[in-house]
Design a protein around this ligand. Sequence first.
Ligand code: ATP
Ligand code: MG
Length: 219
Amino acid sequence: MQPTVTNNTNFTGLDVDNLSYKIKDKTLFSNLELSVKPNEKVLLMAPSGWGKTTLLKLLLGKLRPDDGKIYIDQNNVTGDWQKAHDSFSYVNQKPFIFDDTLKFNITLGRKATDSVLEQVAGEAGLTNLIQEKGLNYQVGENGSNLSGGQIQRIEIARALLSNRPILLADEATSALDPTLSLEVHNTLLRNPQIAVIEVAHKISEQEKSMFDRIIQLDK
Ligand SMILES: Nc1ncnc2c1ncn2[C@@H]1O[C@H](COP(=O)(O)OP(=O)(O)OP(=O)(O)O)[C@@H](O)[C@H]1O
Ligand SMILES: [Mg+2]
């Protein structure tokens, strides 16, 4: 496969140093350490309510930690969305789907050549759908003409098209049945161009085995 749209060659790593965060008086976590290398696939596990989504918001610079620092390529980006967000794409558990074409839902109106689009769709596992229905296929209100797995793949294609070196996945497949979840992880975790940080509270053993590293955050 051609090296893609993704131009991640400049990314050298993410480092989280001694991170602490409280909500009101409650400490969610403290002294958190994490380093992620280019293209590494890391699974962060913790129970519901532990603060996984909050941690992703801290990485994105949407929140400022009470203590600690976040570095991207050795630059301090702590609490700085402007500096941090260019390095991350984000895959939501429940992606927003527009009542429009497949193409619009992948590009979200961004310019992309057909070959880039084809490549991204391929990496996200959408080739069959596009061959069958075409890029101008109307996906329906809330994606009613799509399966849950197809919707999740569209979300992944969007993330790949955004050309960022780290993909953050917030329980990306927890709304899917086990077979679809496995398929989506297959596409996401075999992509050699991006680092993936996924947070989850529940995931199958088979899917766990696809990650390079699993960190149990609550231990
Ligand atoms: N804006 C907020 N104000 C007050 N409390 C909040 C706020 N955001 C999150 N919390 C609390 O912080 C804790 C961590 O929330 P968070 O959503 O990060 O957990 P999570 O690990 O992602 O959980 P889940 O697995 O259910 O998605 C929870 O107890 C939640 O109620
Ligand atoms: Mg969450």
